[in-house]
Design a protein around this ligand. Sequence first.
Ligand code: SF4
Ligand code: SF4
Length: 446
Amino acid sequence: MKKRTFVGGIHPPGNKVATVNKKIVAAEPPNNVFIPLIQHIGAPCHALVGVGDTVRVGQKIGDASAFVSAPVHASISGTVRSIVDIPGFGKCVEIENDGKNTLDPSIVHNPNPDSLTLDQLRQAVRNAGIVGMGGAAFPAHVKFNPLKDKPIEFLILNGSECEPYLTADHRVMLEYPDRILAGMKYIMKMLNCSKGYIGIEDNKMDAVEVMVELLLGTEEIQVVPLKAKYPQGSEKHLIYTCTGRVVPSGGLPMDVGVVVSNVSTAVAVADAVEKGMPLIERVVTVSGNGVKRPANYRVKIGTLISSLVEQSGGYNGRVGKIISGGPMMGRTLYSDKVPITKGTSGVLFLPNKEIANELPHSCVRCAKCVDACPMFLEPTTLYKNSDKEKWDTVERNNVLDCIECGSCSYVCPAKIPLTQYIRQAKEIVRSRQKSQAAKEAAAAKG
Ligand code: SF4
Ligand code: SF4
């Protein structure tokens, strides 16, 4: 099979060996969970329960009336002990586990899922609180409801998992391939598209083989092996490698007739449609040399990261950095007393000695950042103009096309935190655009 790729990008060490062969195991039931009322892009939920209430597994405990939002559900049965603010995670519903695992009566199997209409499918996805599980956490019922003037031709399932260390999606493809396909067919029905691709990097050929075998004789879905290169999992690059289509600057995948979703999201869709089960648990990779026994866990949403560390044998020496997600695009956490959310694909623990502490020095004009940028930007120019606060120039140089992949910072021999500069520049340019639009609207009103 021909392997496809894109221009630019980098080849950081995969560091997946610690968990790639570790089967998914259920994490021990947590004593309590902290379920954030916002785990998605869009409007936060308001709590539907109060302190002292008894809740059951799968019970809806938070919702919002806004279209772009997703409800949240109890992942364990027990008693609501508090509604607390956890810095960086917002208001969280704390539930103390009663150990009974009592299922909410609203969770019922659907004996005939194929009879569901498009709207009923989308409603099932919304009721289940499904969001993109690759990290973006965009509400799935919104993504799977295409605009009338933007018909969707292709669904691409993202099985590339190009971030170092992470193996959760890889294991899901090996262990639940039939659930991925079931979910994919429901998503294709919602999108009214007839062709689907599953993009998988060639460092996961066992997953490619499993999916190809399952799809033998199927024309409508095709597995696309991709050369392992970071950031292959970015939507725009995945679309290019799978279909040859280029999302225009400032555009969205739907502008070229494509929707991209994650393989784990497809499993969640199948569970919601067929079993009526909301998104209350997910597979999480726990890895890095800072933890004794790296593993892939099936984790109840809201479980504290510290509880996973305990199950992994504890810390291995002094941990210098905890990252939610991968090392390239993940978010640094200030503590392990924070919850796993719907978008947490992994948690990494890096020892002090592995953290780059080198101070940045002057640009040596090597252009390595330019070669690495998969969006054909000039990171060095963006950084220099941002530093001088030349926002018009930065905007003209297409700063908003940056996907914040971190490739430029990774290759920079001067250790300049280019991505950090560019991320800040994007925020400033966006806010200038907003205030300009507001001024123009006010002037138009007279
Ligand atoms: S400029 Fe943006 S898109 Fe380009 S390499 Fe840097 S972070 Fe990635
Ligand atoms: S990689 Fe670093 S040193 Fe080289 S041109 Fe870019 S900013 Fe300058």
